[in-house]
Ligand binder design. Structure first.
Ligand code: SAM
Ligand code: SF4
Ligand code: SF4
Length: 334
């Protein structure tokens, strides 16, 4: 079995299909930086669907990749996305295709995504308060549009989770209203600690509401208990409401790192293979797929076997590490 230097298998590939987005979340693409003059990738720099397919096929062949996740930027801005899903769902060995989306375009696409072979969506929503939602997302879209997206996904038969980034001074007051809203709905709400991905968001440790704090807030109103992970390497710690109202998850990449079981790689929209969310550089697979695609399995296997990333584990002990320019979240995908 292909293992990296820390004995971790390659199980999960996250594919970013665009670096563009219809929102400007403050912690990801602050609108002051990502304005009309921002140099997003030109079309010819984007991997085509065939190129994404070839790279994914090679990853499936050499690794133990069974799970794919489409992300961005906003993946639903990529034209004809269901075509890519249909191609990927034909790959033998792929058991699960998911997507992370801000949900705004789900009412339009949920059905065709499901028909093409998508299994699950994670919809990002950080507040149910419209004013705060618009402050966070930097645009004039409404919370109801995201809720409509969630409903459309459920109606189409997609499994739905909701991801909420929690940042001190931004939306701590939303932690409980979000829990109240999604209890008893069958939708698992997952809180995400605010992370130091990229440099544009000016991340500070003081802004992180930790897993411990989030759990304490919820447990005060709705007693919860730990639940076992559904599989090894699951990013979220699971908790269940003691009254049977369902489950929540907390992704604690800052306060409680899970690098030990990290089996993910990420492919950017322009074909960089990234072996850690906090990477400074990637490896250019676009060049390989465009000029010598038969080399892809060997190149990927070499990359994975040399992988030693454990940034979150090292973050608190080595604050000097990575003070250089990191790749931004809208390019790496979540
Ligand atoms: N646009 C899609 C969306 O928002 O779901 C997909 C891409 S987005 C980069 C993927 C996920 O990363 C979202 O759930 C988003 O909230 C999360 N994210 C972005 N920046 C983050 C940060 N600094 N810390 C924690 N999560 C972040
Ligand atoms: Fe766009 Fe998603 Fe980043 Fe928000 S988190 S700006 S929706 S890519
Ligand atoms: Fe994986 Fe890097 Fe995150 Fe650690 S910091 S869990 S290695 S992506």
């Amino acid at each position: 079995m292909l293992l990296d230097k820390r004995n971790r298998p390659f199980r999960d590939l996250r594919i970013s299909v665009t670096d563009k987005c219809n929102l400007r979340c403050r912690y990801c693409m602050p609108k002051e930086i990502f304005d009309d003059n921002f140099p997003f990738l030109p079309k010819n720099e984007l991997l085509t669907f065939e190129e994404i397919y070839e790279i994914t096929k090679a990853a499936v062949e050499i690794g133990d990749v069974k799970k794919l996740r489409l992300t961005g930027g906003e993946p639903l801005l990529r034209k004809d996305l269901p075509e890519l899903i249909a191609m990927l769902s034909k790959l033998e060995g792929v058991e699960d295709i998911a997507m992370t989306t801000n949900g705004i375009l789900l009412p339009k696409y949920a059905e065709s995504l499901k028909k093409a072979g998508l299994h699950r969506v994670s919809v990002s929503l950080d507040s149910l308060d419209n004013t705060r939602f618009q402050e966070i997302t930097g645009r004039t879209m409404r919370v109801q549009q995201v809720l409509d997206g969630i409903e459309a996904a459920e109606r189409a038969g997609l499994k739905v989770k909701v991801n909420a980034v929690v940042k001190k001074g931004m939306n701590e007051e939303d932690v409980l209203p979000m829990a109240r809203h999604f209890r008893h709905t069958g939708v698992t709400l997952r809180y995400i600690e605010y992370m130091d991905v990229g440099n544009a968001n000016g991340w500070k440790l003081d802004h992180v509401l930790s897993k411990k704090e989030i759990i304490a807030m919820i447990n005060d109103e709705f007693p919860i208990e730990s639940a076992a992970p559904s599989y090894k390497g699951e990013t979220a710690d699971r908790f269940r409401y003691k009254d049977g109202a369902g489950e929540i998850g907390v992704i604690s990449s800052v306060s409680d790192a899970f690098c030990d079981s990290c089996s993910r790689a990420r492919l950017t929209a322009d074909g960089q293979l990234i072996t850690c969310l906090f990477a400074v550089t990637g490896t250019d697979l676009k060049k390989v797929v465009r000029s010598e695609k038969e080399q892809l399995p060997e190149v990927l296997a070499g990359l994975w076997s040399r992988r030693d990333d454990a940034y979150s584990e090292q973050r608190l002990k080595e604050t000097k590490k990575h003070h250089g320019k990191k790749l931004e979240m809208h390019r790496v995908g979540g």
